[in-house]
Write a protein that binds this ligand. Structure first.
Ligand SMILES: [Zn+2]
Length: 372
């Protein structure tokens, strides 16, 4: 795996260098020193994005009300798995932690209610900013596998609300679908918990779910303007995708550096070692910008600590999800036959079955070949 990362790093480094050059050019318009440091990244990336985007954010968001986004989830999950997702009033039996929380019910044709999902999506003071999904109550099944207690989940994100209200931008929509992908695994796993195996590929379903909102054929079915009912123009959608992927190689390199670190701490006895120095060395060998002395990123990034799927498997999940999308969904994204295949061969087994056996069956190819 580490060899694979090294190979990827060489390929991506060159492309990332030109992305950093772009940031350097932008910086030189405002500052004398054009060298790019970690603290410049977000600011100048945003400024470049804003100069290239072909729509107004307010107009964009008017196509992505929560009602529309829930309709999008319903459309994708209904087409693929035959389940329906609907928002319901909170009801007296639901004691929620904040008035902004919304409640969804997931209904399967034979069983009725299989799950309740609480959405707490918008930022407020004191709220955790890291997107997450939580199991509030596991499903229960009897000895014949009949569902006797539906599961309950919560999705937590800190999207920035717009002046128009609770509407989402492109990245928010991706995040909502990503977190919902995790929940789908939990729903189809029933009363079984996905394992904390060192190599579980838990991120394949959520990364696949993101791909549905990166496809205009899918998004155009629900992204309708709140007032006029007009569908989101394709030109805007293409502009958002292009602009938000301008720095994708730099992002990939950051993920590769963290995966290298993750492998290092898995393979070594780290008691007594300085993990900040380990990460610094990896960053210096991998990233196109200088490491920030005195920082300890590994201590605050949840994916490197208590998370069930180790971070290096995130990169593999991306590779396999890309492959699965091209093979099974690209021609016909909302294909029920492929949805059932995804459900039976991945969602119902993620974390339970040997991940390489699982993926081999699903993509119908040798995973080693794909990783080459
Ligand atoms: Zn995830």
């Amino acid at each position: 795996m580490s060899e694979r990362l090294k190979k990827m790093t060489v390929e991506i480094k060159l492309k990332a260098k030109s992305e950093i050059d772009l940031i350097s050019q932008e910086k030189s318009k405002k500052e004398e020193d054009p060298r790019v440091f970690a603290w410049d990244m977000r600011f100048y990336q945003r400024s470049i994005n804003e100069s290239r985007i072909k729509f107004s954010h307010q107009e964009w968001k008017q196509h992505f009300s929560m009602t529309n986004c829930i309709a999008g989830l319903n459309l994708v999950c209904g087409s693929l798995f035959g389940i329906s997702i609907k928002e319901v009033p909170m009801g007296a039996e639901s004691k929620v932690w904040h008035e902004a929380v919304r409640k969804l019910q997931i209904i399967a044709p034979q069983e009725g209610l299989v799950s309740t999902v609480y959405l707490d999506l918008f930022a407020r003071s004191g709220k955790d900013v890291q997107p997450s999904n939580e199991i509030i109550q596991h499903a229960k099944v009897d000895i014949n596998g009949k569902l006797i207690q539906p599961s309950t989940f919560a999705i937590n994100t800190s999207f920035v609300p717009s002046l128009e209200g609770a509407n989402l931008n492109f990245r928010d929509l991706e995040t909502l679908f990503h977190e919902f992908g995790h929940i789908l695994s939990f729903i189809f796993l029933r009363n079984q918990r996905p394992g904390n195996a060192p190599f579980s590929l838990l991120e394949i379903p959520p990364i696949l779910m993101e791909k549905f909102v990166n496809d205009y054929r899918v998004v155009s079915t629900f992204a309708k303007h709140e007032k006029t009912g007009k569908i989101l123009p394709k030109e805007w959608f293409d502009s958002a995708k292009e602009t938000y992927s301008l720095f994708k190689n730099t992002e990939k390199l950051t993920k590769i550096a963290l995966a290298e670190y993750d492998i290092a701490v898995h393979n070594l006895r780290i008691i007594g070692r300085n993990t900040s120095l380990m990460l610094q060395k990896i960053n210096e060998n991998t990233l196109p910008i200088p490491h920030l002395d005195g920082t300890h990123f590994q201590t605050q990034f949840m994916h490197l600590g208590p998370y069930g799927s180790s971070f290096y498997s995130y990169i593999l999940s991306e590779i396999f999800a890309d492959h699965a999308w091209k093979k099974h969904f690209e021609n016909d994204p909302l294909n029920r036959k492929q949805g059932e295949k995804l459900r039976n061969e991945v969602l119902s087994l993620t974390g339970l079955k040997d991940p390489f056996e699982m993926i081999k069956l699903y993509i119908e190819e040798n995973p080693d070949k794909i990783m080459e």
